[in-house]
Design a protein around this ligand. Sequence first.
Ligand code: G6P
Length: 610
Amino acid sequence: MCGIIGYTGNGNAVPKMTEGLSVLEYRGYDSVGIAAQTDGGISVVKCKGRIQTLKEKEELAALSSTCAIGHTRWATHGGPSDINAHPHRAGSVVLVHNGIIENYKELKEQMQQKGVYFLSETDTEVAAAVLNDCYLESGDPVAAIRKAMLQLKGSYAFGVLFDDHKGEIYAVRQGSPLILAKGQDGSYLASDITALLPFTREYYPLEEGEIAHLTKSFAKLCSVGGEEITPAWTTTSMSPEAAQKGGYPHFMLKEIHEQSEAIVKSVSSRINAEGLPDFSADGIDADFWKQVKNIQIVACGSAMHAGIVGSRFLEEYAKIPTNVYIASEYRYHPPLAVDGTLVIIISQSGETADSLAALRYAKSAGLPTLGIVNAVETTIAREADRRIYTYAGPEIAVATTKGYCTQVSVLYMLSVAIAYATGRMDAVTAKEIAHSIKEDAPRAVAHMLETYKDTFVRIAKKLAPKEDMFYIGRGTAYALSLEAALKIKEISYIHTEAYAAGELKHGTISLVEEGTPVIAISTEAELYDKTESNVREVASRGADVTLICRDDTGEKEFSANEVILLPTNSEAATVFAALVTIQILAYETARIKGCDIDRPRNLAKSVTVE
Ligand code: G6P
């Protein structure tokens, strides 16, 4: 949430800022700004809107600098405006900030009593004032940051310029992610590595409380206590193309198409030479699973929905009671834990504040934790006792697709691995299912995208003008419906409710009228007839029904207006075919409506505030 970039070196900092910020826009995009050191002091250029609006500003074209910081914002304190955009200046300090300063009101009053006048409504300007106040005392940037940290409560990552420290950037993180990177032409700072892929691949993720001092030739680090730390640089395996659209009109479409490959990557290293599901390459051996008696899955948004799909596999195959919790609620109403409880935190970004808080809560309660994370070396991945990466590659579109898809594939494989390790599934079945996830699921995804291209567009055209619609399903299909409804809402702004098909008649069916779109999903053969009855119920009340069902449903007389058939060579094929269908339907609907698909209104990809 919010993107930070910084550079000091021999090159021109301004184009690096705009290039990096364009990549970071997925973290928030309501306003944008750059602060650059020039011969005449630090110049700040900022505005409401996107990076393109900033690029069109004359002041930016005139700017030349070798040391700058930049920011793209997702508003929390104060709406999107030129004034509230970062960077913010206070005295000799200019800073950009990700996160939230929780005690900003009290600090603002203290600063006002000292005569500080605030221009914006932001908590960030208050942080700048506190830092400047500390800097006035010592004249030492690191000492000032250390002192300010004692006063600031909340989560933050700062990139800071000081008037009288030319060619230097200071940075600190507490709760919000920040990385340093070194390139041939200088030193970099960013909220994530994707922004820096065009420039360098060698990076170091700052640890909590670490303070960095960047100059063009080196990065000096110290802990909040003042001890010097040597950064352990690592090289990312991501290529610069990973953060580009590769010929697709939108990142979301590219990422939907990357899913076949992503599924393979997510599960290949979890199938051993004998073809059995096995997570020992992740440092988790069979004995560990034997101690697990109960699972709590905790996550937000689509990751939570993946957890719901996964919980069905965990209960069906591994026979482990599994409950799924919304991360932001987990701490306030902590579920009862029994001996053998394992807490699984699922997060694509590895930085979601509520999921991280839930992880920390679980750890403080003494529960073993497992992170299922996509972005490597992120906070959740590092703090969880054990971690399984989903290997989906960088996901840029705000609405997740391959992130969610690989969370489901990993959970599916995990449930079979546990089932086998605990003797609840025989080797032949375990091998068969593992094989089907790796082979059938990717093929089914590709098959749906190819075969139903025109059908998806035809259905999306009918959905696009509507204001309300429903997804219904039973069993796993209901779990998929939750994500289906979220996808439509997120990117096409059509109000969509996901209902357990059998529950609709208990009140909500009163909303169904002539022409209301209802999309019914049926993935389990034994649940088809009951779902079909629910389809008839809504169809007879005028609903315009699309049925997504198995291709072995037989010669039925469908009461739906549109039917999409899912391959049934294995359960994996059916589930993943349905999964991609709901994503592409949302995509096509948003495209036809002309929505900003990769950057939907009000959203941000990585939500690092609680
Ligand atoms: C945000 C995103 C969602 C995502 C959720 C959890 O709300 O917009 O797409 O599912 O955060 O994100 P995570 O990175 O923890 O999976």
